[in-house]
Ligand binder design. Sequence first.
Ligand code: CU
Length: 301
Amino acid sequence: MNRFITAIAIVTTLSIVQGCTQLAQVKEEPTMTTTTHSNVAHAEETNHSHPATHTTNHGEHGDDHADTSTSTQAKLTTTGVITPNTPTTFQIEVRDQDGNAIAQFDQFQEQIMHLIAVSDDLQIFQHLHPTYNGNGRFEVETQFPQSGNYTLFSDYQPTGQAEQVSVLKTQVAGNNLPAAELNWSRTKTFNETIVGFAPNQATIRAGQEVVLRFNLQDATSYQPITDLQPYLGEKGHLVILRQSSELTRENYIHAHAVHNTPANQVHFATRFPQPGRYKLWGQFNRDGEIITADFWVEVVP
Ligand SMILES: [Cu+2]
């Protein structure tokens, strides 16, 4: 039972806007546009394995690593067949384009790697922080509650380089489940917290700046919560994925919280690159308890 399965290497090349402050302010939207679109282009390009052809356009003379674009590759390895509700160890190995291990990483948002794991139907979401074992090797243990295909977005920053996102695939054995019905409601309760979700526009159009507002109330008192704490250095985190038969890097958005909002509200400024259905997971820290609040939005052309 020691055979290795599910080893998929995907080259990524992109530069994500590094500072939360850059994404956090609506007025800086030109930055966001550029970033989003260049990410898409790079993801497509690298998926066709021409990793070396497009690394020179960004910031090669600059000292600002946020603008530097480089390629890395990540490989995911697991041992044995993964079954539902069974703890499994995932190993992720990060290498450079020549296949050499990348050893040095910088922390960002308080971690050395952020790993977002979702089922391809977007019903399951996990935000994990793998342990770094040195020499480019990361490890994390998790379990998934249902069978199906899963996609893992591995977010890390080699020292002196731009933030990278590698897309990894895995599979949990078992029978296919019927498609879950999508829940479009705008107010949901997560344990002790009622979360209201309100975009600042009734109709969200692809390519347009939008502010996604989360309003948090205590489920017992119905009062605005007063115990919101920073989570990974920010007021909240928002991961967005576009529903797609094959999840890719271009379906993935990580938005940063806007500063200076009311104590019980977390706002995110972002932009949806394409029309479609998107799922959002807002994550907030209520005095040590992390709330993950998920909503669907439809984005029109
Ligand atoms: Cu994280």
